[in-house]
Design a protein around this ligand. Sequence first.
Ligand code: SF4
Length: 220
Amino acid sequence: MNKPFDIDLAVKLIDEAVRPFPKAAMFELAEEGFNSPFEQLIACMISIRTYDEVSLPTARRLFARARTPAEVSKLTVAEIASLINTSTFFERKAAQIHEIALRIIDEYDGNLPCDSETLLSFPGVGPKCANLVLGIACGQPSISVDIHVHRVTNRWGYVKASAPEKTMAAIETKLPREHWIDINRLLVPFGKHICTGERPHCSTCPVLEMCQQVGVKDHR
Ligand code: SF4
């Protein structure tokens, strides 16, 4: 019989457990100083369907050339594409990034506002990236659910949802607000290295006693 799931304790235990592992890409970039809403938005777009190991140096390469809407708008789409060509769908992303930079200059005087509706109005930007920007760059409590957050919280039995968007809505109704930003920061490395997609490391997992291991058929 599992103990009831104690989210405060889980956050504390997972915070300790993920310390040896690389940070989630967006948090790593923020620590390096790429923490403006625009930089976080562009880095998140670069990271879509791209491994962190690839998207981190790709974002750094673009930012070394241009890191504000004004600087990015002066590049051609082809130049942006060649700077981010290690990212998946780089040609489409380059056109979207260029369009976003131009719109920020035209409509927002060159400064991207911390506003969910604005972020979601841009091409290629969904709730995951919008919420990461709001959480990391703007300090607004917001939950970003990627595949790791989705898989882990469903395995815990904390939520029961069939897709990341549904998990996000379910978590919003029960996760205390003080954990809203941290849940992504913690569960991305936790999902990559401990509660892995295939054969999670349950035997050494710090939250095993309270986890329902929903859907886990084989583990280490
Ligand atoms: S006990 Fe297993 S399924 Fe549950 S969180 Fe830990 S690694 Fe994941």
